[in-house]
Design a binder for this molecule. Structure first.
Ligand SMILES: Nc1nc2c(ncn2[C@@H]2O[C@H](COP(=O)(O)OP(=O)(O)OP(=O)(O)O)[C@@H](O)[C@H]2O)c(=O)[nH]1
Ligand SMILES: [Mg+2]
Length: 217
């Protein structure tokens, strides 16, 4: 993780989300704990432990190690908040479904995440990640149910797409869409390794946040 930084590189006219300013704002360690005060709109990255949330967030903002990535599942324990272009906030959620944590910690996780998602007037949407090589789990389905109940729009991302062949990928897109009850073209295939899907995700986020290229953000 790093502090404020400014992007002077790569400002392509076709980039749906040009990154001009990035800032690590802080972390929420427990339900009802510290959170950013600014009142900017927020989008949260959600999914199973190790699915690639922090990696995709880094890919989106074009930084290698802005949000912390780890080979050890369950590493992101706090909700980390990142300010983008002084216009909106990305929240990197700790992953769920990591079996090797105590029941007590799982309970704390539920409180932290549900507490954050429910009754958050700043939350505009959730980027819900699914691993391209796996079936959605009960935890994934519960998360979709929770988001539907709260009424938060979800952008569904099938990530680690680089691990699949072209035919596997077509098949898996069908399967995941059906299991999650969304249309195939609503699932955004992404890879934090090749960068595939970054601009599609950026465009969907910009639309969700109502950012226009002319708005200066
Ligand atoms: N091949 C491939 N590996 C990826 C991709 N995205 C993430 N990874 C790897 O998957 C592992 C977990 O990535 P993270 O980004 O830390 O996952 P996370 O969802 O933030 O994990 P937690 O914070 O523990 O919930 C790391 O070893 C990454 O390098 C991807 O698109 N393709
Ligand atoms: Mg993480």
């Amino acid at each position: 993780m790093s502090g404020a930084s400014t992007d002077r590189g790569r400002s392509s006219a076709n980039d749906p989300l040009i990154i001009r300013h990035l800032e690590f704002l802080g972390g929420m360690a427990k339900a009802g704990g510290w959170r950013p005060a600014a009142g900017l709109p927020e989008v949260a990255f959600s999914g199973r432990s190790n699915v690639g949330k922090s990696s995709l967030l880094n890919q989106l903002v074009r930084r290698r190690a802005f949000a912390r990535v780890s080979k050890t599942p369950g590493r992101t324990r706090e909700i980390n908040f990142f300010g983008v272009n002084r216009a909106f906030i990305l929240a990197d959620l700790p992953g769920y479904g990591y079996a090797r944590i105590s029941k007590e910690r799982q309970g704390e996780w539920v409180q932290l995440i549900e507490g954050y998602l429910r009754g958050n007037p700043h939350l505009r949407g959730v980027v819900q990640l699914l691993d391209a090589r796996r079936e959605p789990t009960d935890d994934d389905r519960q998360m979709f149910d929770l988001l539907a109940e709260i009424g938060v729009p979800a952008l569904v991302v099938m990530t680690k797409i680089d691990k699949l062949s072209a035919p596997q990928r077509t098949q898996q897109l069908k399967t995941l869409a059906a299991r999650c009850g969304v249309e195939e073209d609503q699932v955004i295939p992404c890879s934090a390794v090749t960068g595939e899907g970054r601009d599609d995700l950026a465009a969907s986020l910009a639309a969700l946040l109502d950012l226009t290229p002319l708005s200066g953000v």
